[in-house]
Design a protein around this ligand. Structure first.
Ligand SMILES: [Zn+2]
Length: 352
């Protein structure tokens, strides 16, 4: 096993109300060069992407592209475009899809990546990993840490409530991700970084601490800001660990398995939340508290609320261990038997 690893961190993270307007000055002062390619979603984020394009035009050549899906084929198209215009900086403006595509393309071309998140639904906004559909496996791949993250709370707090709550679910998952990582360290001698683990755990505890605010019908801006900071911390924890280990364990394997079994039935963070309830049970931890917190903030806690059948949950549980065999978790090498999976889902109230 290697005794050293590289830590990549963002050079600058800017969080606050209205910070989008400061994007050009940060790009300039960090020496991020044009030509710039702005990648955004195709719906609500287009308005923000246009604004970004307009603001950055004073710096030089700016191009803009909209993506509808985060697939390998879409990413190759964007890569071709980026190459064609000689992009030296790629900016992802949006939720998951645009940021994943932009991050992946920047990594492929070896150019700078800037993250401008518009929703707080997952911790990919400041992580060096991208998740794209159409790769061999539905897990995230090493891409590129953003050099600059500009998280405008005024923009992000306008995201749908469901996306905000999904971000909380993704963070709650760190409780079991860290347990799985420690388990693998103890059983397999895998590298374990106490600091990265603590940082990831802290981000999960943030959600628990702010749970009353997240349960409000209109989530206060203060809570959204705490969520964004926690999502960024989780991404940074991955940067420090040099892998997704602190942020992704058996609860993520369950989420990926459910995506395969049921064809991406819910938001990533919603699936992770339900996975965390069940994996906390397997770890012998306080799964009831996790369930209670998720329920109180309005996150799904059952198969029905995720829009899947009981059978799909059971099937996902039995194949979860095989999604990423090299990642040792509480699911072990052989995974759960059908009977154990059914019992697990039933005991934790995920199926009835
Ligand atoms: Zn996640």
């Amino acid at each position: 096993m290697s005794t050293s690893h590289i830590i990549n961190l963002p050079r600058r993270v800017v969080i606050g109300n209205g910070v989008l307007e400061t994007l050009p000055s940060h790009i300039r002062s960090l020496g991020l060069a044009p030509p710039i390619l702005v990648v955004s979603g195709a719906t609500k984020t287009v308005v923000i992407a246009r604004r970004v394009e307009e603001m950055l035009s004073e710096l030089g050549d700016v191009h803009r592209v909209e993506v509808r899906r985060a697939t390998v084929s879409v990413a190759s198209e964007v890569e071709g475009l980026a190459k064609g215009v000689g992009a030296r900086t790629v900016i992802g403006v949006g939720g998951g899809k645009a940021i994943d595509v932009a991050k992946y393309v920047a990594a492929r071309l070896g150019v700078s990546f800037v993250s401008v998140p518009t929703t707080p639904s997952h911790d990919g906004i400041a992580s060096p990993f991208a998740s794209l559909k159409g790769l061999e496996r539905p897990v995230s791949v090493k891409a590129k840490m953003p050099e600059l993250v500009v998280a405008d709370i005024a923009v992000i707090s306008r995201a749908p409530r469901r996306h905000i709550i999904a971000g909380c679910g993704d963070l709650i998952g760190k409780f079991t991700a860290v347990l799985d990582w420690r388990l693998s360290h103890r059983l397999r001698g895998e590298y374990y970084g106490e600091y990265a683990a603590s940082l990831a755990l802290l981000s999960a505890k943030h959600v628990v601490r702010y749970r009353e605010m997240f349960s409000a019908k209109t989530i206060p801006v203060e809570a959204v800001r705490a969520l964004v900071e926690a999502l960024i911390s989780s991404g940074v924890a991955m940067g420090i660990a040099g892998s997704t280990r602190p942020a992704s364990g058996s609860e993520h394997l369950f989420a990926h398995a459910l995506d395969i079994v049921a064809g991406y039935p819910a938001l990533h963070g919603e699936e992770v939340g339900v996975g965390t309830i069940m994996m906390a049970y397997l770890h012998g931890r306080n799964w009831r508290l996790i369930r209670r917190v998720l329920r109180s903030i309005g996150a799904p806690v059952t198969a029905r609320e995720l829009g899947v059948s009981d059978e799909q949950v059971i099937e996902a549980l039995t194949i979860a261990h095989s999604i990423r065999p090299e990642r040792y978790t509480i699911l072990g090498e052989k995974g759960l038997t059908r009977e154990a999976a059914e019992r697990l889902a039933r005991v934790t109230g995920v199926i009835d």
